[in-house]
Design a protein around this ligand. Structure first.
Ligand SMILES: [Ca+2]
Length: 138
């Protein structure tokens, strides 16, 4: 965990840097795909869905504290957002596409005002900051 200052432009330029962005997404995909079949099952995605949930809470999209059932339903609907063809698992293309969309949504939510955030090591937002401060090379 580290505290960083970031704004929408930091995230947007990270997403638009296709090589760096795809590398980051591919890394994440590989680390989530614990049985290495090239698909992410719901169970494999659970960790990622939790961190997306943290993002939503952070940006005040949803300030109500949901019950356990509601949370599970929320994860389920997030998962089906990723699973475009409804196959029950998420492939690399779907993962890239949806991650890209979500990052851009976060960028739009941030706008031009820099905010201070606590970032998880290896998270996409942390990588966006690292890229800008040149800690990551393609
Ligand atoms: Ca898998």
């Amino acid at each position: 965990m580290s505290v960083e200052v970031l704004d929408g432009a930091t995230i947007r330029s990270f997403v638009e840097d296709e090589q760096v962005f795809n590398n980051s997404v591919d890394d994440r995909f590989a680390s989530l795909d614990t049985n290495h079949d090239g698909q992410l099952s719901y169970a494999e995605m659970a960790r990622e869905l939790q961190s997306l949930r943290v993002l939503e809470t952070h940006f005040g999209v949803d300030e109500v504290k949901p019950s356990r059932d509601e949370l599970l339903r929320l994860y389920g609907s997030l998962f089906s957002q990723f699973d475009h063809d409804g196959s029950g698992s998420v492939d690399l293309e779907e993962f890239r596409e949806e991650t890209r969309k979500m990052m851009l949504a976060v960028a739009n939510g941030l706008g031009f005002l820099p905010v201070q955030m606590v970032l998880e090591e290896g998270s996409f937002l942390q990588r966006a900051v690292d890229r800008e401060t040149k800690k990551i090379y393609p």
